[in-house]
Write a protein that binds this ligand. Sequence first.
Ligand SMILES: C[C@@H](Nc1nc2c(c3cc(-c4cn[nH]c4)ccc13)C(=O)N=C/C2=C\CC1CC1)C(C)(C)C
Length: 311
Amino acid sequence: PPAQPAASGARGPPHDSTGRQSARKRAVTDFEFGQTLGEGSYSTVVEATEKATGRVYAAKILDKRHIIKEKKIKYVNIERDILQALLHPFIVRLHYAFQDSQSLYFVIDLASNGELLSWIRKLGGLSEDCARFYLAEIIEAVEYMHMERTLHRDIKPENILLGSDMHILVTDFGTAKMFKRDEAEQRAYSFVGTAEYVSPELLTDKAADRNSDLWAVACVAYQLLTGRPPFKGSNEYQTFQKVLKLNYSFPPDMPPHARDLIERILVLEPENRLGSTQRGGFGELKAHPFFQDFDWHDLPSRTPPPMAGAA
Ligand SMILES: C[C@@H](Nc1nc2c(c3cc(-c4cn[nH]c4)ccc13)C(=O)N=C/C2=C\CC1CC1)C(C)(C)C
């Protein structure tokens, strides 16, 4: 078509042939890549500044040859589809996806305050108020994923990031599972998460469901307060043994309500966990005495408590 006259004023995103509004494609040349933020098993996450706007994002860069060699194409497509489908203030958003000859690029929200794990390690565990606030945000994010028929399957403090406003941003959906609308079976059999957060049923009959994410949330709750996960062996096998035998203990200074909440979730039978699907979901978690007087209304617009260490 003849060159379009330069439109005056701001133009909305161009319309493609079907007239639908389509976000303009981006390319590698639209960005300046900066420091490495994190390394995944098949990816590197780096800072990425969009030249035209100065906006700073995170770019997850995957090496195509490596993905193909390791037969991970399916996981890459799953992650892209799930990131595009999940829209929630506490979940990272995919802004653009493109590729060049050797890499795939996902341009994502930058979580400029890094991984929750770093804060837990730096402070040796959070104050009860901070732990309560961040556990509440994690519960909301996981409850939303489950309502969208998605299992995360690898919830852990490394995958819970903090934005510039210090609210959480859940990430790393490469091993998540999104069930189709009509898919009756809400159990997934193909993946085992990280040893310290994996649920017993995953180790015995490999079947993960929402109650497996719930188990991981309880492990994170324990770690928020104590600075370490409840099940930790000297190697992965030892850790698995501790999980299967429910072999963990609380420090004496564990706040009683927090101990009660975690004890009621770290139960071997998935359906008997507080907050399990069979018991009606996360509502009974939110009603637990640990959250007494906690205001669950509109968490994204609340100011997080100043990050503080356990007393
Ligand atoms: C968990 C992940 N680490 C990370 N993934 C992402 C970060 C991120 C940022 C920092 C950070 C920021 N400031 N200081 C550290 C440290 C680790 C990060 C970010 O900002 N935005 C999106 C991310 C990931 C998007 C992914 C869903 C596609 C691994 C370890 C797998 C690389």
